[in-house]
Design a protein around this ligand. Structure first.
Ligand SMILES: [Zn+2]
Length: 301
């Protein structure tokens, strides 16, 4: 395996019809050969690609709040022979997409969530890269969360859940029985991420909800469905008391959704790459904390 490193982003190339493709990894300055994951034609018209994407993630599955925010949000080239997929639309991702020769970027999170009356520098700089390089942008969000083979099916598969069934946009399934720490460790390993968790229950049934799923309505849904644990991202302080009834495993927004965008690159009908742009977050764990604080002396009044 050869490796070549070009930036802080990892690119997985799924190249038709070559036997092997390249993984560009900045850290190691190397290129890994990866097996071909999809088959495709050389070029397709953009409307045909959109039909294909709508088949994977039907727009009617999306939340009401996503109406007008998903689908083709930037329309450039009509001919598409190379697609990039990513979780987010950032300058970094678009630079990598341009470098890979992409005509279309398919992302999970739109860069334009609120109606726009003015362009911030960050948004303008990001969109400029897409415009300069003639890259269209297509968004599949909560429709891809709910879709068969989408965000939550991929997540359930990675955690080895079986007898999986749909519950709203999440999935619930049986796991190999373990305690909460065991499931947290398995989740960290399978999703390649740090996790934090609350609760201490034996776990035989798990609900997964990629993204930011620690809302009361979803936790209560998971409890009602008989789940012993909920795996999602962005654990909120105010829902931690639910951990007396269900274990809450926070595996980060990024790590619970990103794998399905990688999978997507292998399902597309033309040559496709997956661009991984991991948020640069560092975690410090304080060992042997006594739980008490030495407070600074207060000034004399
Ligand atoms: Zn998300």
């Amino acid at each position: 395996m050869s490796i070549l490193h070009i930036s802080t982003t990892t690119i997985y190339m799924f190249r038709i019809p070559y036997a092997n493709t390249l993984k560009l990894d900045v850290k190691n300055r190397k290129v890994l050969c990866l097996p071909v994951l999809n088959k495709g034609t050389d070029t397709m018209k953009l409307p045909h690609i959109i039909k294909f994407l709508e088949n994977i993630a039907p727009p009617e599955l999306a939340d009401e709040s996503d109406i007008g925010r998903i689908g083709l949000i930037l329309d450039r080239k009509n001919e598409v022979n190379h697609i990039a997929t990513s979780l987010d639309v950032t300058e970094h991702v678009l630079l990598e997409a341009a470098q890979s020769g992409a005509d279309l970027l398919v992302a999970h999170h739109t860069p334009i969530y609120e109606p726009v009356n003015r362009l911030s520098k960050t948004l303008a700089d990001t969109l400029k890269i897409a415009l300069d390089n003639e890259i269209s942008i297509y968004v599949m969000h909560t429709n891809y969360d709910r879709a068969q083979g989408g965000i939550n099916d991929v997540l359930a598969g990675l955690l080895g859940l079986h007898h999986t069934r749909t519950i709203d946009m999440g999935r619930i399934g049986d796991n190999d029985p373990t305690n909460t720490e065991g499931l947290a460790r398995l989740t960290a390993q399978r999703l390649d991420t740090h996790v934090q968790y609350a609760g201490d229950h034996m776990v035989e049934s798990v609900m997964v909800l990629g993204g930011s799923g620690f809302r009361r309505e979803y936790i209560e849904m998971a409890i009602d469905a008989g789940a012993d644990a909920l795996v999602s991202g962005e654990l909120r302080h105010d829902v931690i008391p639910y951990s007396k009834d269900i274990s809450l495993i926070d595996a980060t927004h990024y790590a619970t959704e990103n794998p399905a965008m990688r999978t997507l690159a292998g399902r597309l009908p033309v040559e496709s790459v997956f661009i991984d742009s991991k948020p640069q977050v560092r975690v410090i764990v304080q060992q042997n904390s006594s739980g008490s604080h030495d407070l600074p002396d207060l000034p004399d009044s």
